[in-house]
Design a protein around this ligand. Structure first.
Ligand code: MBD
Ligand code: FE
Length: 283
């Protein structure tokens, strides 16, 4: 894992690339399907080149940029920000799911986070507590609303500086990461921190790309979740905060109206919100 003095796109990119490579990707795509996708892909690219009369200089800049993205380890970042949301939407629609909506996984998921009881506080440092606490509670159910006792809620999110443990130096390995085991009724009550709006790493080629078209690198404040249960489709999703900055202009196009939290202040003066997850049966 790359460690440097200051977190950089290069450092987090290399960490994300190493993590992705640790499980070699495969798919059972047929030759016929590969041929159809390849043909359409080249046709789409040809259409762009002709429509915009792409120049030789632009072509060479593209080639250089693609080399740079690889060398900085930023393919997981770039692909998850700019393409994953389309894959996720197709996946959900094709299987006719009706349970809780998914959203993109992004580059910073790590499996096997330490187990935590149904009522728990996320692992955090003293310095993380400058962020306001958030009580996040609810129930994991089937499509009929029955609680699922064996379910787990994996939660991971950035600290107040926008860094994810294992992808920036100097953060304890499992900081703000956990696998929460729901109680016998499917309930959980997690105390964590309200995350802040988040800039994707932008001091490397993904950032140059965004700058080149006058865009911004911001994502709304978000929680990442992976909710699983025996015999159910696991849902990877994200939750956002009502009225938050960038909710309507996410660089990763990963928000959905069904995924927006609206916490209320409880009698202890702490932000608290209930969100239930309904899981589809296994496909
Ligand atoms: C993130 O935290 C994230 O959620 C996505 C989708 C891309 C980059 C960083
Ligand atoms: Fe994220």
């Amino acid at each position: 894992m790359t460690t440097t003095e200051n977190p950089t796109a290069h450092g987090s990119g290399n960490a994300a690339t190493d993590k992705f490579k640790s499980e070699r990707a495969t798919s059972d795509t047929s030759v016929e399907r590969a041929a159809a996708i390849y043909k359409d892909m080249l046709e789409a690219l040809a259409g762009i080149v002709h429509k915009h009369e792409v120049t030789y200089d632009e072509y060479r800049v593209l080639k250089q940029w693609m080399i740079d993205v690889g060398e900085y380890g930023e393919w997981p970042l770039w692909l998850d920000v700019f393409l994953e949301h389309e894959i996720e939407e197709v996946h959900y629609n094709r299987k006719h799911f009706t349970g809780t909506k998914g959203s993109i996984e992004g580059p910073y998921y790590v499996p096997n986070a330490p187990k935590l009881p149904s009522k728990c506080t996320m692992p955090m440092r003293e310095k993380d507590k400058v962020a306001p606490p958030l009580i996040f509670k609810g129930k994991v159910t089937d499509l009929e609303g029955n609680g699922i006792p064996g379910a787990t809620v994996e939660l991971w999110h950035a600290d107040e500086d926008g860094f994810y443990s294992q992808f920036a130096p100097g953060i304890p390995e499992w900081n703000l990461r956990g696998t929460i085991e729901v109680d016998e009724d499917g309930n959980y009550e997690i105390t964590t921190l309200k995350p802040a709006p988040y800039q994707i790493p932008n001091d490397g080629p993904t950032g140059w790309f965004i700058k080149s078209y006058g865009g911004h690198p911001w994502r709304p404040a978000h929680l990442h979740l992976l909710v699983s249960a025996p015999g159910k489709r696991a849902v990877t999703t994200q939750l956002y905060f009502k009225g938050g900055e960038w909710v309507d202009d996410d660089v990763a196009t990963a928000t959905k109206p069904e995924l927006i939290l609206d916490p209320e202040t409880n009698s202890d003066g702490i932000a608290e919100v209930t969100y239930n997850f309904a899981l589809d049966p296994e496909a």
